[in-house]
Design a protein. Structure first.
Length: 184
């Protein structure tokens, strides 16, 4: 089932020739603009997602412990222990953590600079709220891929007009706010 969902999602993202398109770039651009715009229109108020997630600490130890208070755990895609070969989706972050109250539904991602300071600017490596957390089983990871990763690629990575569409993504998947509380 997981393979089927991923296959359908990836096939949908591939460009197909169109007699009116002058090049593959035109096809990709047209497709991703439509995909991103359609996704954006289906998304609700991101504050509803943020209200279902825990605010991270504003500062963590610069040693980047593997677990923080309240169940925040290292995000394997942006693990400070793996620097410099990590954080490709959060350029500027030194390490990120994830948290979810349940194994399904929304989750939060918090990213920090090298000194352990929370990053709240998505253009400088901040984490984002997820409509579907990746912290569950394979089916839940597929749900995260479809709900959060595919739109990120459609709006931010595949297009040739980066900022305008990427702004749509970050409007619906913001970084959220931190809270001044102990990290460990």
């Amino acid at each position: 089932m997981l393979f089927f969902l991923l296959s359908i999602t990836l096939i949908h993202a591939l460009p197909f020739a169109d007699s009116k398109a002058s090049s593959n770039e035109d096809v990709i651009l047209g497709r991703t603009v439509l995909d991103c715009s359609a996704w954006y229109l289906t998304q609700g108020d991101p504050n509803k997602l943020l209200a279902q997630t825990l605010k991270p600490p504003c500062r963590i130890p610069a040693s980047f412990p593997t677990v923080l208070r309240d169940g925040w755990s290292v995000d394997p895609e942006c693990d400070a222990a793996k620097q410099p070969k990590t954080c490709q989706y959060h350029k500027g972050a030194y390490g990120c953590y994830r948290h979810a109250f349940k194994e399904t539904g929304p989750g939060a991602q918090a990213c920090y600079d090298k000194s352990g300071q929370f990053i709240d600017d998505v253009w400088k490596g901040a984490g984002t709220v997820d409509a579907q957390t990746p912290l569950g089983d394979g089916v839940q990871q597929a749900a995260h891929f479809v709900a959060d990763v595919v739109p990120f690629y459609s709006c931010c990575k595949i297009t040739f007009i980066y900022n305008p569409l990427c702004n749509l993504y970050y409007e619906k998947r913001p970084a959220g706010k931190c809270e001044n509380k102990p990290a460990i």
